[in-house]
Ligand binder design. Structure first.
Ligand code: ADP
Ligand code: MG
Length: 618
């Protein structure tokens, strides 16, 4: 029973130790963080200038590393050219403040937007390639920036660099008429870095963070809940480029002098090393790592020319010994739902436990003469069928007969070679999977596709991606609208967890769970996606008898709510207890349609499938 839907890789992470849990709660406690910020704000009064300078570099690296947390940690996009966005921020602010004499208050947003815009533009070619090719493309992009910075002498000062950038150490940096000393500048940096950490945390724990994890771990799962992958990727690039640009602004005004060598490949590698050693998904780990790497060069002064060799060794060591970095060692794994929202929702169920509003009445879906060819193989040969509103249509047939392919075609993963698909009276042939999902055409996969490091609840919340609906600024600032929407959907999630009897494992990380639970969790996710047409690809495979009974109850309830269901199953008794009619596929052709009783007596079906099944399952 092979799943022929194209595979997208899954990754794994381990369990949480209680000690790490306690440390994380202590460190992440708002009071601890406030004390930490207060200590840092007071530091310039008591520390040496040299220490403050190093801490300032650590904060710049922290902001820079957060940009990779978003792009690589969340969205899974590799970049070896991030120094370019950092450089755009640095040169941008240098030009605006020194050459044009503008205020830092203007140059900060302007340079951040420049980084974001450049990264957004890069996302279009980058979105077309993957992995090694993406690494090469970003590397090339970084190199182009480096060359431009070196050759465009009139703008950047070329190899001799850009000097005299307003900086606190030279007392040439003023904001609103106030001249900033190094302590003041450091305090500004503390506030900005804290803001960036909160911004990224809020985003991670919103529909955006979850969507980026989804496109990272399973593109098809993302599409199945209505996430437009391309747009999500562009968003990740823009946010990441903006944060890198912001880090670059502070770097420029911290050092007062920039040259192309500050923005070459070694800078891109350095920030990648800091992020990976800290833990690609761990903000707290990245802070620790940034501080470590800021103080390291001083300790390594004896072998300054070997600095990058030492970095390389640390990276190799970290990848082998700490695959999740310092963050994974010290803190519990990051979560993707706000703890506050979770508390607010509590165990409350959505109004009247109405998990599935079938809006504006039910609809049926009709497939007309659909043909699907893969090269020389005809997987579907002029298939027509109707998934009627309020009915359960069974779809059976031997392995390889085209059942999953039909679901893949209807759900928009494949564009059919011929034929049409209509939802009600609307022609939806050839729409992409995320567009079909947004029309309420929703499916589960033969092999459940969940985000392995998400909890069951977080996976379900992925299904609420569309209905959550709030924008990224609301998410990043945790505005009341976004928070209320999260609580509302968490309550709906509670209702569905109860319906599927998954409450006991709601907060368990999915990869630690047995197969049956994963199947039910995926079903839960699709229910949160507000289906009107629901297609289940062998949902009972791997379930225990108890789970199968529960599944049957749920399917009956869904039918009662007016949903249109397509059910692929090999368990004949399970099917017989549920379906209204059944369609039998053999080698891509429909050989029977009608009721179960007739099917069991049909000679062609017995020859092609049931005889086979009886032998296979005896
Ligand atoms: P079923 O779900 O009924 O077991 P499938 O729909 O998975 O069968 O497969 C039907 C046929 O189509 C099989 O021969 C399978 O190998 C082929 N097939 C499915 N997807 C692809 C694909 N992406 N590329 C090539 N062949 C495919
Ligand atoms: Mg199949």
């Amino acid at each position: 029973m092979m799943d022929t839907t194209p595979q997208d890789g899954m990754r794994h992470c381990g369990a949480v130790s209680p000690l790490r849990g306690r440390l994380t709660r202590a460190v992440m406690h708002p009071a601890t963080l406030l004390v930490l910020v207060a200590v840092l704000l007071g530091a310039p009064a008591v520390s040496s200038t040299a220490t403050i300078q190093i801490l300032a570099f650590a904060l710049v690296s922290t902001i820079f590393a957060q940009s990779l947390l978003v792009l690589t940690g969340l969205a899974g996009q590799i970049s070896l050219g991030h120094a370019a966005f950092f450089g755009m921020g640095a040169y941008g602010s240098a030009l605006l403040t020194k050459t044009l004499g503008l205020s830092l208050l203007l140059s900060i947003p302007a340079a951040t937007v420049a980084g974001a815009l450049a990264a957004y533009l890069l996302s279009f070619p980058a979105g077309r390639v993957r992995e090694v090719y993406l690494a090469m493309m970003t590397l090339g992009f970084g190199q182009i920036f480096f060359e431009v910075a070196r050759e465009w002498t009139s703008l950047t000062g070329g190899v001799s660099g850009f000097s005299g950038i307003p900086s606190a150490s030279l007392r040439t940096l003023s904001v609103l008429g106030m001249n900033l000393d190094e302590g003041d500048f450091f305090r500004v940096l503390v506030v900005v870095a804290a803001g960036v950490l909160i911004f990224v945390r809020n985003l991670s724990q919103s529909r955006f963070g979850r969507a980026l994890c989804a496109i990272h771990h399973s593109e098809y799962a993302a599409g199945s809940v209505g996430i437009a992958r391309g747009r999500a990727r562009q968003f990740a690039y823009a946010i990441s480029g903006g944060l890198a640009g912001l880090a670059g602004v502070f770097y420029a005004h911290l050092v007062g002098y920039i040259g192309p060598d500050s923005f070459g490949i070694s800078r891109s590698v350095e920030v990648l090393v800091i992020s990976i050693v800290g833990g690609l998904l761990s903000s707290a780990g990245q802070v620790v790592s940034a501080v470590f790497f800021a103080f390291l060069p001083e300790r390594l002064q004896a072998f300054a020319e070997y600095q990058y060799i030492v970095y390389g060794l640390i990276l190799a060591f970290s990848l082998i010994v700490l695959p999740k970095g310092l963050g994974g060692l010290l803190f519990s794994p990051p979560r993707f739902v706000r703890p506050r929202a979770l508390r607010d929702a509590g165990r409350r169920h959505a109004e009247g436990a109405r998990p599935l509003p079938v809006e504006e009445g039910a609809e049926s879906l009709s497939v007309r003469d659909v043909t699907m060819r893969f090269g020389g193989l005809t997987a579907l040969d002029s298939v027509s069928l109707e998934i009627r509103a309020g009915h359960i249509t069974g779809l059976v047939g031997p392995n390889g007969s085209g059942k999953s392919t039909l679901v893949n075609v209807i759900s928009g993963i494949y564009k059919p070679t011929g034929g049409t698909i209509a939802l009600g009276s609307r022609d939806v042939t050839g729409l992409a999977d995320y567009q079909m999902a947004s029309h309420g055409v929703v499916r589960t996969f033969q092999d459940p596709r969940l985000i392995p490091h998400f909890t069951v609840r977080e996976n379900l919340m992925l299904g609420a991606h569309r209905s959550l609906g709030y924008g990224w600024i609301e998410a990043a600032l945790a505005l009341p609208g976004a928070r209320a929407a999260e609580v509302r959907e968490l309550e709906r999630c509670n209702a569905i967890l109860a319906l599927l009897e998954l409450e006991g494992i709601a907060d368990a990380v999915v990869e630690s769970l047995p197969y049956g639970h994963r199947r039910m969790a995926e079903l839960g996710r699709m229910l949160l996606a507000e289906p009107r047409i629901l297609m289940l690809d062998e949902p009972a495979a791997g379930l225990t008898d108890v789970e199968m009974v529960r599944l049957a109850t749920v399917i009956t309830r869904l039918k009662g709510m007016g949903l249109s269901l397509l059910l692929i199953e090999h368990h004949m008794d399970f099917l017989a207890s549920l379906v209204d009619d059944v369609v039998v596929l053999d080698s891509g052709r429909i050989i029977y349609r009608g009721d179960m009783k007739g099917m069991r007596e049909n000679a062609e079906v017995i020859g092609a499938y049931l005889g086979d099944e009886a032998a296979g399952h005896a």
